[in-house]
Design a protein around this ligand. Structure first.
Ligand code: CAO
Length: 435
């Protein structure tokens, strides 16, 4: 029996040993991966050039190695003289480019970069066919890659929970399980959306991963569906609510059985309810086959409520038939139920139009996502005092920013403009709204 030394082949520069693919004493066959090295460009599996028993590692994890560095001692177990495996151009040595390299010129390792086998020591055969993963990078050992190949799993899609984000076998199992569950569920989006690249944030500092609440998960899936399925257009306006605000301040809440003065919101809800009657297209939904509009004969308005568990949208029934004080009381009751997690599914169903008011928090405008299958949503920003031209001079006015997102399959810009003008005028002239 003879002993031979396996040398590092030419892999286009030096790299660090990051993983042994086999144990000491293991029997290897020429072509089997022996270890993985990682350079600033790629992770590369180094295959054995000869068959035999690995008796000693000549490198440690973390060692920097370059061409001709001794890697391992191998005892040749076969009777005959060892035969160095010829270069097999079909052998795949997986090379995983880092993002840095992928963005610049990909360094494809080719057969003609490799040295010819030498005697008496063995040199790993040429790395003949590099497989370049262009969508993000990953780290995975050979056994994991083999398992991934068996399941036809694209490793760039798998979250690695091992050290430094390395992909483990259990990550593959979890991924396959997740895909099977997904396949048994209805398809969420009609388009094939390329995934965002995965990032290992721990490379840049400490991280803390927390699960989303069930409300947040549901919101995430619903918002994604709405965003992907509905062609949104958003129209902006500002309306002078100085009179409304002055009137609001005169309201004695006790006189109406209210705990506190109604905010601007019930006035906006009432305005929208009236607008839905005047502009019935805004109170419709597109039939799923896209050929019919379903007009609703009721004015149920959803109000987005921010709660510690996430965003929920309880629905005010027949808002057009309620007074401002009734609406104030209804909104208050629903918001309290929402914050105390007491809303029932039915409280959040049957809406025709949604209002998302960020006003008390701040922000001069935003583009709200339509709460499909509704066809429009009103975003309300924070009212601020601004100069308003009255025809002769600038006067201070309390201006309320409004943003109306509409489904452009159902509503065109001119209709949206008329809808916006209507609600702007009603909110500006409080008498018109209340009479
Ligand atoms: N500009 C300036 N002030 C405003 C305002 C606006 N647009 N909207 C409300 N305010 C004022 C109110 O008038 C009230 O003033 P007073 O104390 O003088 O009466 C004060 O801000 C507090 O209002 P509020 O927030 O308690 O009540 P609301 O009726 O305006 O809103 C609710 C109720 C439930 C909608 C709100 O608490 C909430 O959860 N908003 C968040 C909605 C959200 O997150 N939307 C985002 C969806 S997209 O992620």
């Amino acid at each position: 029996m003879t002993t031979e030394i396996v040398l590092m082949p030419d892999v286009d520069g030096a790299g660090d040993v990051v993983e042994y693919c086999i144990e000491l004493g293991d029997e290897i066959t020429a072509g089997d991966p022996m270890l993985v090295i990682e350079s600033d460009k790629a992770s590369v599996e180094i295959p054995a050039s000869i068959s035999g028993l690995v008796t000693e590692w000549l490198v440690q994890i973390g060692d920097r190695v370059s061409k001709d560095h001794p890697l391992a001692q191998v005892k040749i177990t076969a009777q005959e003289t060892p035969v160095h495996e010829p270069i097999n151009t079909d052998t795949q040595v997986e090379t995983v480019l880092t993002e840095k390299t992928a963005k610049s010129s990909p360094a494809v390792l080719s057969a003609n970069q490799m040295p010819a086998p030498q005697s008496p020591v063995s040199v790993t055969p040429a790395i003949s066919n590099s497989v370049i993963k262009q969508q993000g990078s990953y780290y995975a050992g050979p056994a994991v890659r083999k398992l991934a190949r068996e399941f036809s799993v694209n490793l760039t899609q798998v979250n690695g929970t091992g050290p430094g984000g390395r992909i483990l076998k259990e990550n593959i199992h979890a991924y396959v399980k997740q895909q099977l569950i997904k396949a048994s569920q209805p398809v969420i989006s009609s388009a094939a959306i390329p995934p965002l690249p995965k990032e290992d944030f721990s490379r840049f500092g400490d991280t803390d991963t927390q699960s989303l609440s069930s409300i947040a998960k549901a919101t995430s899936a619903h918002m994604t569906r709405c965003w992907l399925n509905i062609p949104h257009v958003t129209l902006f306006d500002e309306t002078n609510i100085s009179d409304l605000e002055a009137f609001r301040k005169t309201i004695q809440p006790e006189a109406y059985g209210l705990e506190k003065t109604p905010s601007i919101l019930p006035f906006i809800v009432l305005t929208i309810a009236r607008a839905l009657v005047k502009f019935p297209r805004f109170n419709s939904s597109l039939h799923p086959d896209g050929t019919q509009l379903i007009y609703k004969q009721y004015t149920n308005i959803g109000v987005a409520v921010d709660t510690p568990a996430g965003l929920v949208v309880p629905v005010i029934r027949n808002a057009n038939q309620q007074s401002v004080s009734q609406l104030a009381s209804t909104i208050n009751a629903l918001a309290n139920k929402a914050r105390n997690k007491q809303l029932k599914i039915a409280d959040m169903q049957g809406g025709c139009f949604t209002i998302s008011s960020l006003g008390s928090n701040g922000g001069s405008g935003f583009t709200p996502i339509i709460n499909g299958p509704e066809v429009a949503i009103l975003g309300v920003g924070k009212a601020t005092i601004k100069p308003v031209w009255d025809g002769e001079a600038f006067q201070p006015g309390l201006l309320l920013p409004l943003s109306l997102s509409f489904d452009h399959r159902v509503i065109n810009g001119a209709e949206a403009g008329r809808f916006m003008a209507y609600i702007s005028n009603k909110l500006r002239d409080i008498k018109q709204l209340l009479l």
